[in-house]
Design a protein around this ligand. Structure first.
Ligand code: B12
Ligand code: SF4
Length: 458
C-alpha cells in the first residue's frame, strides 16, 4: 500500500510555479518514518517545492496550525476521485483540538484523524509505531538530495520533545488542561528516545558535511525548552558528541521557553544551561505574553514581571544568549489600554537594555484546542469558521485583529495599534499580515492576499 503524504503549500506563498516556503516538514517526515517502519510505502509531496501529483489511493495531509485547515480541505477536494475508493488522513497540531463532529464537518465523515492511533491503525490495517521511538532517517532518505540540501541550507525543526505541563488558556499546543469544567488532564513533556535522537542528528550533520554546508540551523521542537532539565542535559551531551564527530559542521540552535522553567533551571541546574550553550544554543524565545499580573492570572501564564526581566537579563548577560520577547497579547476580557501600553513598553525596554528581539503576536480567543474553542460563549463564531473554513486565516497570530477575533471595534483598534507599534521596531522579527476576511469586498480581500504574499512567520 502506498501512502502519499502532503505538506500543503504555505498559505502566503505566491500562487505560481516558484518555490513557496522551503522549510523541512518535520511533522510529516515523522509520520512518513513511522509508516515506513510499519511496512508501508510512502510518497512525500511538499507543495512548497513541487506541484503535488498524487497517484496512490491513501492520502495524508499535515495541518501545522489552524490557518492550514482550508488548504487541507482544498487538497482533499482536488483528489476526491482518487480518495473516494481509498483512505484520507488529516493530522497535525492544527486539527488535534477539533471535536469529532467538527473534524467530520470540515474534512468529511470518512476522513481519518491522523493523531488518533487507534483510528490510524484500523484505517491502515496495521499498528503504527510511536513517534518517540521512531528515527526520521528512513524519511530523510526518501527525499532527493537536492530537496534535503535545500531544507538543510536554512533553518529546520529538529523533533526533540513534545508537550508542556502548563495550561495557558490561549495556547492550542499539546499542553495540560486544568479547567475541570471542560476537560481535565495533566501532561508532562515527552522526549524522544535518546538513541534515536542521536542517530538522527548525526545523520543530518553528516549529510550537511556531504553537501558542503558549514552549519545546521536548528529550531528545537520543545514547547518549553528547560522544562525537563535532566533530559535536556542528555541531549546537550549528544550534540557535543556529534560536534566532535563531524567538526566541519557547527550546530546552531534556538528554542522556546517559559521564563519560569528557564529561571528554575538556571538556579538549580546551571550546568544544563551552560552545556546547551556550549552545544550551540544561541537564541531563546521567552513567552512573555502580557505585561501585567491581571493578564497573566486570567490567561494562567505562570509568571511575574520581575521574572520576565530576570530571565531575559540572565540569559543575555550571564549566558550570552539572544533573548526574544515573544509577546502574544491583545486578549479579549483580560487586556485593556494600560496593559497593551505596558506590553509595548516591556518589549521596547528589554530590546534596548538586553538586546531582546521583539516577536509580537495577536492573541486569538478561539483556536482549535485552546480554552476558548471549548467555551459555549464562542459557539456562534466557531460555527461560522466551520461553515467558512477560509476564515481560519483570521486566526493566524501574525494577522491583525478582525471582527471575528476582536468583536469590540474600539478594543480591536487599540490592539492593532499596540501590535503595529511593536512591529515597527527595527529589530522586530514578526512580519504582520492582514485579515483575508471572507466578508470583505473583493478588492479588499485581493489587497490583503497580495500584501500577505511571502510574509512567512518564523
Ligand atoms: C517547527 C514549527 C513551525 C515551523 C513549521 C515548519 C513546517 N512546515 O513544519 C514554522 C516556524 C514555519 C511554524 C509556523 C507556524 N506555527 Co508552528 N510550530 C513548530 C513546532 C515548534 C514544531 C513542530 C514539529 O515539527 N513538531 C514535531 C512533530 C513530530 O510533532 P507533531 O507536529 O505533533 O506531529 C505528530 C502528530 O501531530 C501526527 N501528525 C502530524 N501531521 C500528520 C499528518 C498525518 C497524515 C498523520 C497521519 C499524522 C500527523 O504525527 C506526528 C508525529 O509522527 C511546533 C511546536 C510543537 N512542539 O509541536 C509549533 C506549532 C505547531 N506551531 C504552531 C502555530 C500556531 C504556528 C503558526 C500557525 C503560527 C501563526 N503565525 O499563527 C505558524 C504557521 C503560520 C502560517 N500562516 O503558515 C502551534 C500550533 C497550535 C495549534 N494547535 O494550532 C504550535 C504547536 C506551537 C504552539 N506553542 O502553540 N511552526
Ligand atoms: S503557551 Fe507555552 S507555556 Fe503556556 S501552555 Fe502553551 S506551550 Fe506551555
Amino acid at each position: 500500500m502506498t501512502v502519499t503524504l502532503v505538506q500543503p503549500r504555505h498559505i502566503y506563498a505566491p500562487e505560481s510555479d516558484e518555490f513557496g516556503h522551503v522549510y523541512m516538514p518535520t511533522s510529516l517526515l515523522s509520520v512518513a518514518a513511522r509508516f515506513v517502519k510499519s511496512g508501508l510505502e510512502v510518497q512525500l509531496v511538499d507543495e512548497n517545492v513541487t506541484k503535488s501529483e498524487i497517484t496512490g489511493s491513501v492520502v495524508g495531509i499535515n495541518v501545522i496550525g489552524a490557518p492550514y485547515i482550508n488548504s487541507a480541505i482544498t487538497i482533499l477536494k482536488r483528489y476526491q476521485s482518487l480518495i473516494s475508493n481509498g483512505v484520507a488522513l488529516v493530522g497535525g497540531q492544527g486539527v488535534r483540538g477539533l471535536s469529532t463532529r467538527e473534524f467530520s464537518s470540515l474534512f468529511g465523515i470518512n476522513t481519518i484523524r491522523g493523531d488518533d492511533p487507534t483510528a490510524l491503525a484500523t484505517a491502515l490495517a496495521r499498528n503504527i509505531s510511536s513517534k518517540e521511538t521512531t528515527s526520521l532517517i528512513p524519511a530523510y532518505q526518501l527525499l532527493p538530495d537536492t530537496v534535503l540540501r535545500g531544507y538543510l541550507s536554512g533553518e529546520f525543526c529538529f523533533y526533540l520533545s513534545q508537550g508542556c505541563k502548563f495550561s495557558c488558556t490561549f495556547c492550542a499546543g499539546e499542553r495540560s488542561q486544568t479547567n475541570r469544567a471542560i476537560a481535565y488532564g495533566l501532561i508532562s513533556e515527552s522526549y524522544r528516545q535518546m538513541d534515536v535522537t542521536s542517530e538522527d542528528l548525526l545523520f543530518l550533520a553528516q549529510k550537511a558535511k556531504f553537501f558542503g554546508l558549514g552549519e545546521l540551523n536548528i529550531y528545537l521542537s520543545n514547547l518549553d525548552l528547560f522544562q525537563t532539565p535532566e533530559l535536556l542535559y542528555e541531549f546537550s551531551r549528544i550534540a557535543h558528541h556529534i560536534r566532535r564527530k563531524v567538526p566541519e559542521v557547527s550546530i546552531r540552535m534556538r528554542g522556546l521557553s517559559t521564563v519560569k522553567s528557564f529561571l528554575s533551571c538556571h538556579k538549580k541546574n546551571k550546568r544544563v544551561v551552560v552545556s546547551m550553550v556550549d552545544a550551540g544554543l544561541e537564541r531563546v524565545g521567552f513567552g512573555i505574553d502580557g505585561a501585567t499580573p491581571h493578564v497573566w492570572k486570567e490567561t494562567k501564564k505562570p509568571q511575574q514581571a520581575s521574572q520576565c526581566i530576570e530571565a531575559i537579563m540572565v540569559s543575555n548577560k550571564e549566558y550570552g544568549l539572544i533573548p526574544e520577547s515573544l509577546m502574544v497579547f491583545g486578549h479579549n476580557g483580560a487586556d485593556d489600554e494600560n496593559s497593551l501600553d505596558a506590553s509595548v513598553r516591556f518589549v521596547n525596554e528589554t530590546r534596548t537594555m538586553y538586546q531582546s528581539v521583539p516577536r509580537p503576536h495577536v492573541a486569538k480567543d478561539i483556536i482549535p484546542g485552546n480554552d476558548g474553542w471549548k467555551s459555549a460563549v464562542f459557539r456562534p463564531r466557531i460555527d461560522y469558521l466551520l461553515r467558512t473554513p477560509s476564515a481560519f486565516q483570521l486566526l493566524d497570530f501574525t494577522t491583525l485583529p478582525s471582527w471575528l477575533t476582536h468583536p469590540d471595534p474600539h478594543f480591536r483598534r487599540r490592539v492593532s495599534s499596540a501590535f503595529l507599534a511593536i512591529c515597527d521596531f527595527e529589530d522586530c522579527l514578526t512580519k504582520y499580515t492582514l485579515p483575508e476576511d471572507p466578508e470583505a469586498v473583493p478588492s479588499e480581500l485581493e489587497f490583503a492576499k497580495s500584501f500577505n504574499s511571502g510574509r512567512y512567520d518564523i
